[in-house]
Design a protein around this ligand. Structure first.
Ligand code: ADP
Length: 498
C-alpha cells in the first residue's frame, strides 16, 4: 500500500537518472566524434577547393616563357628555383612535384623536409580523378614526404616540347598539417569540454523535466486512486485521453466503473432477494390463511355443517394446497435457474409432438373456461435441437398464461413455422393484452401488470421462460395490443435429420 505522498521510489529515480546521464554522455561523445571527423574533412575539402587551380596556374604562369626541361632533357632547375622563391613568400607548407607520365617524381620543390625517405613515385589514380572532376571532388592523394599518410593536392597535366607529365602539388604540406592539427586539437578540446558541459546541463534539465512530467500524471492518478479507496466511488481521472500515461488513466477509470457496476449489481441482487422474501411471505400467507380458516371452521363446526358444506370446504382447502405447492415449485425452479444450477441437456426432439401433448394436457382447463385451444398445421413434424424438459416448461407457462388472461369464448393458438434453419414457435391469444408501457418489464420477476386482478400468480412464470430462452441462446418477443390479445414468439434451432 502507498502511504506517503511520493509517487516514485528513490531507487527508481536513481535508476532513471543514471540511465539519462549514460545516454546523454553517449550521445555527446558520438556528437563530438562525428563533428570532429566531419570538421577535419570539411577543412581539407575547403583547402583543396581553394587551391584546386594552383597546379594549372604554375603551368600557365611559369611554363609560358620557360620550358620545364632543358634542351638536354634535364629538368630546368633554375625555373623551379624561381618557383620555390615565389612559394616561400606565400606558403612554406606547399610541396611541388614534377611527375612524368607514369607518376615517377622527376623533380621536387620542398621547403620543409623530414626524416622519412621520400617516395619515388606517386599513384596516378587520384590525380586522374582530380583532373577529370576539374578539382571539384574531394580526393586525397599520396604525400611523397609522408608515405603512410594521404593528403590533399592540386594537379594538372602538361605537354611541352614532347615532354608529358603532371605538376603535382601537395597543398597542405607537413607544416600546414602540423598547424591545422594543433589548432584543430585546441578547438576540439574546447568543443569537447563545451559539449560535455552542455550535455550534462541538458541531461539534468531533461531529467528534471521528464521526472516532473511523469510524476505529475502519476501524482494525479495516485490521488484519485486514494480518494476512491477512501470511499469516493464517483471519482474518476478527468480527461484520461489527455494524460501522458493514458493507458493507466483509462484502465483506472474502467476498473472503477467495473467495481461500481459490480457493487450496484450486488446491491440489486440483495434488494431482489429481500423483495423475493417479502413477496414469498406475502404470497404464501394468503393461501395459508385461507387454509387455516377453513380447517378451523371444519374443526369447530364439524357437527353442525352439512355433508355438502364439508365437501365444499375440503375442496377449497385442496385448491389452496395445490396453489401453495405450485407456488413453492415455481420458486424452487426459478431459484435454481437464477443460481445457474441448470445446464440444458440439448437433444433432437419433435416440437410438434410436444405441442400435441401440451394441447391435450391443457384442453380440459381451456374447455372449462370455454376457450378454444388449438395447434396450427399439426401434420408437419418439426424437429428441434434443445432441452426438451426446459422447452416444455416454457411452453407450459406461456399456454397457462394465455388461458389465464383470455376471457371465455376467446382463442389460444399454438403455431409452429419453419424459418430457414429455425423453427418459430408462436403462442397467440385473444385475451386482454398487455399495455405497451408494461411490455418491456413482464419478463422481470415479480412484474405483474395489474396487481389487483384475481388471476395473478407469483409473477415468476415469464421470468422462468426468459431464463430458459437465455439458456438456449435465443430470445422471446412479445407482441400485444390491449383488449386484442398477445403473441409470445421465440425460435429454436431446427434439427436436420441426417
Ligand atoms: P403471473 O404469475 O402473474 O402470470 P407471469 O410472469 O407469468 O406472472 O406474467 C407476468 C405478467 O405478464 C402477468 O402478471 C400479466 O400481467 C402479464 N401477462 C403474461 N402473459 C400474458 C398474456 N398472455 N396476456 C396478457 N397478459 C399477460
Amino acid at each position: 500500500m502507498i502511504n506517503n505522498g511520493k509517487t516514485l521510489t528513490p531507487k527508481l529515480v536513481k535508476k532513471l537518472w543514471m540511465a539519462f546521464i549514460f545516454l546523454i554522455i553517449l550521445m555527446g561523445a558520438s556528437y563530438i566524434f562525428i563533428t570532429g571527423y566531419l570538421t577535419l574533412n570539411y577543412n581539407q575539402a575547403i583547402t583543396q577547393r581553394i587551391n584546386a587551380n594552383v597546379a594549372n596556374h604554375v603551368i600557365q604562369e611559369k611554363f609560358q616563357n620557360a620550358a620545364p626541361f632543358l634542351e638536354d632533357g634535364t629538368v630546368n632547375k633554375a625555373l623551379f628555383g624561381d618557383l620555390m622563391h615565389d612559394m616561400m613568400a606565400v606558403n612554406r607548407g606547399i610541396e611541388v612535384y614534377l611527375l612524368d607520365k607514369s607518376g615517377d617524381i622527376l623533380y621536387s620543390v620542398v621547403l620543409e623536409h623530414n626524416d622519412n625517405e621520400p617516395m619515388k613515385s606517386v599513384s596516378l589514380e587520384p590525380i586522374n580523378r582530380f583532373i577529370e572532376s576539374n578539382g571539384e571532388e574531394f580526393i586525397l592523394g599520396d604525400d611523397p614526404l609522408n608515405p603512410e599518410a594521404k593528403n590533399i593536392f592540386s594537379a594538372a597535366p602538361f605537354s611541352i616540347d614532347g615532354h608529358e607529365g603532371y605538376i603535382y602539388i601537395i597543398v597542405a604540406g607537413k607544416q600546414l598539417a602540423l598547424i591545422s592539427d594543433s589548432l584543430f586539437r585546441t578547438y576540439f578540446t574546447k568543443l569537447s569540454i563545451g559539449a560535455i558541459v552542455l550535455t550534462m546541463l541538458f541531461a539534468a534539465l531533461i531529467g528534471i523535466l521528464s521526472i516532473w512530467f511523469l510524476t505529475k500524471n502519476l501524482r494525479l492518478i495516485t490521488q484519485t486512486v486514494r480518494k476512491f479507496q477512501e470511499g469516493d466511488l464517483d471519482i474518476r481521472i478527468k480527461n484520461p485521453e489527455q494524460s501522458d500515461i493514458e493507458v493507466v488513466a483509462l484502465s483506472f477509470n474502467e476498473m472503477a466503473d467495473t467495481i461500481v457496476d459490480n457493487m450496484d449489481k450486488m446491491k440489486s441482487v440483495d434488494n431482489l432477494r429481500r423483495e423475493l422474501i417479502a413477496n414469498v411471505s406475502h404470497d404464501l400467507r394468503t393461501p395459508l390463511a385461507v387454509l387455516k380458516g377453513y380447517i378451523e371452521t371444519l374443526q369447530i363446526k364439524k357437527d353442525t355443517l352439512t355433508e355438502s358444506q364439508k365437501e365444499e370446504y375440503l375442496q377449497i382447502t385442496h385448491n389452496n394446497i395445490d396453489k401453495l405447492s405450485s407456488l413453492i415449485n415455481q420458486l424452487f425452479e426459478y431459484s435454481k435457474l437464477e443460481a445457474e444450477q441448470v445446464t440444458p441437456i440439448k437433444e433432437p426432439f419433435s416440437i410438434t409432438e410436444l405441442s400435441h401433448d401440451l394441447i391435450a394436457k391443457f384442453r380440459l382447463l381451456a374447455e372449462q373456461k370455454q376457450i378454444h385451444l388449438q395447434l396450427e398445421n399439426p401434420e408437419e413434424n418439426y424437429m428441434v435441437y434443445a432441452d426438451i424438459g426446459l422447452v416444455e416448461r416454457a411452453l407450459q407457462n406461456l399456454i397457462e398464461n394465455a388461458i389465464k388472461y383470455t376471457e371465455p369464448n376467446g382463442k389460444v393458438r399454438l403455431s409452429l413455422v419453419k424459418m430457414g434453419k429455425q423453427i418459430e414457435i408462436n403462442i397467440t391469444d385473444t385475451g386482454n393484452g398487455i399495455p405497451v408501457n408494461d411490455q418491456p418489464f413482464i419478463f422481470d420477476r415479480y412484474k405483474q401488470v395489474n396487481k389487483n386482478t384475481q388471476k395473478q400468480g407469483l409473477g415468476l412464470g415469464l421470468a422462468i421462460v426468459k431464463k430458459i430462452m437465455d439458456l438456449h441462446d435465443t430470445t422471446i418477443v412479445v407482441l400485444s395490443k390491449p383488449y386484442k390479445g398477445s403473441s409470445f414468439i421465440f425460435k429454436l434451432p431446427a434439427y436436420q435429420l441426417p
